[in-house]
Design a protein around this ligand. Structure first.
Ligand SMILES: [Zn+2]
Length: 457
């Protein structure tokens, strides 16, 4: 190769490199947000402001056709960024109206816009997709996501199920508002978060349009559908929408009768209900085997008892409105919801939180309740283990006994109001508890949250 040509190429290459380096348009959004338990959940480089999902589901073929319009803001220059999506065939993918190149790698949908995005710029992604959704199996063996039922689908997202039905930045740190419309065969009902803003039937298909205006983490989105008996009205003065599978109506009556008092009671503990709608989806989904606190519409796999209803309603404050930043802090949801059950039991004259504490404390060192400690579940398979729920709730009882009732209930209320709609850490809770009690609680919290084995009292 002649010397002159080599030089020319070298000059050209360095000039191109300099241009890119100046604009930093070669920047790639990271494929995950580094959660200790789910490192690929969510994506770096942008924040979603709004999801508009248009879904159509045919239970006979189990095919879901989706169109997602995602409005986001670049937090860095982006030559490429990811969304999380599991399965499906992509029909078209556009960024700001222009076709974009894309690739697939596991749960990562890697998008290269025709024109790189500048930091600070708002952009719109449109993804149309189609296929038979697959449920996600978690490290603990439980299933979530889009779970087909005999009359539709039971749709729950914690902790990593949302990408099984829509492309998302699937991390609790990136809350957004949602418009979710679902078209189903006439006679079925599709229930999602927030308010039903439209319902129309045409050519044997009914479209339900739902809007959740409050910030919502992606794992709390639902689009559960099937045959439901729907009751609309008010619960404790708040517009309500309760959908119950016909087979579960009789079994749900006793718990649903307590719904208004649960909302009133929990409002007296945590402050005003954080959203503008309440509700419940009570389905017949025995293969799921758990309930989930989907925002404004907790999902139940079968008729709940009143304790389970109180648990999921309490999550609207602790979990949905005040949400963990990383998954190992899950006790901030489940320990608090379990403690809410104990408060409800006390309120209704069944047992006191101290009696619950004493019962669990009587269990031997060998009981799985004690390890791993609730503040450090260590492994995704332990995310919903006994320590997170029961030892987590016991930690709150120890706090109550240490600081006294007045400070304790001030802490709970302050926690739910000061951090409303936000993301939190255990360190922030400890700091708030110390600030409200004027006590050094570090050693107590460390013993109860982070040391394996049964803590001494
Ligand atoms: Zn829970």
């Amino acid at each position: 190769m002649p010397r002159g040509r080599v030089l020319t190429l070298a000059v050209l290459v360095s000039a191109v490199f300099a241009a890119h380096a100046n604009a930093r348009f070669d920047a790639l959004g990271s494929p995950g947000l580094g959660d200790p338990l789910f490192p690929l959940a969510g994506n770096g480089g942008y924040d979603v402001g709004h999801y508009a999902l248009q879904l159509a589901y045919e239970p006979r073929t189990k095919v879901l056709d989706g169109s997602a319009t995602i409005t986001a803001t670049a937090r860095q220059n982006l030559a490429r960024f990811d969304l999380d999506l599991r399965g499906f065939r992509i029909g078209s993918l556009k960024v700001d109206g222009r076709p974009a190149a894309f690739g697939r790698n596991g749960q990562e949908l890697q998008i290269t816009p025709a024109i790189p995005l500048k930091s600070g710029r708002q952009f719109v992604v449109n993804v149309s997709y189609s296929g038979v959704p697959s449920a996600v199996t978690d490290p603990d063996g439980s299933i979530e996501g889009w779970v087909a039922t005999n009359d539709g689908a039971f749709v729950v997202g914690e902790p990593q199920g949302s990408p099984s039905w829509f492309p998302s930045n699937d991390n609790p740190r990136d809350k957004a508002s949602y418009d979710i419309s679902v078209t189903v065969p006439a006679g079925l009902t599709a229930v999602s978060n927030g308010t039903l803003v439209g319902q129309s039937t045409r050519n044997g298909r009914t479209t339900f349009a739902w809007r959740e205006s409050f910030p919502m983490a992606s794992y709390l989105a639902t689009a559960t559908l099937g045959r439901f008996v729907v009751t609309k009205g008010r619960v404790a003065g708040i517009p309500s929408y309760v959908a119950v599978d016909p087979s579960q109506v009789a079994g749900s009556a006793a718990a649903l009768a307590q719904f208004p008092e649960i909302v009133r009671f929990l409002s007296s503990i945590y402050g005003p209900y954080p959203f503008d709608t309440v509700g419940a989806i009570i389905d017949n989904a025995p293969e799921v085997g758990y309930a989930l606190e989907s925002q404004t519409k907790p999902n139940f796999d079968s008729a709940p008892d009143v304790t389970t209803l109180a648990h999921e309603i309490s999550h609207q404050w602790v979990g949905d409105s005040v949400t963990l930043t990383t998954w190992p802090d899950i006790w901030l949801h489940e320990g608090f919801a379990t403690y809410s059950e104990w408060l409800w039991a006390d309120h209704t004259g069944q047992f006191t939180p101290q009696a619950a504490f004493d019962y669990y404390y009587s269990l031997p060192d060998s009981n799985p309740l004690w390890s791993p400690p609730p503040g450090a579940p260590g492994d995704a398979a332990n995310l919903f283990g006994d320590p997170v729920y029961f030892r987590g709730a016991m930690t709150l009882q120890v706090l109550r006994n240490t600081v006294g009732d007045a400070a304790f209930f001030r802490i709970l209320r302050r926690w739910a109001t000061q951090y409303r709609y936000g993301n939190v850490t255990t360190a922030q809770f400890i700091a708030l508890a110390q600030q409200e009690s004027h006590m050094d609680l570090g050693a107590m919290f460390h013993r109860w949250l982070y040391e394996p084995g049964k803590p001494a009292v």
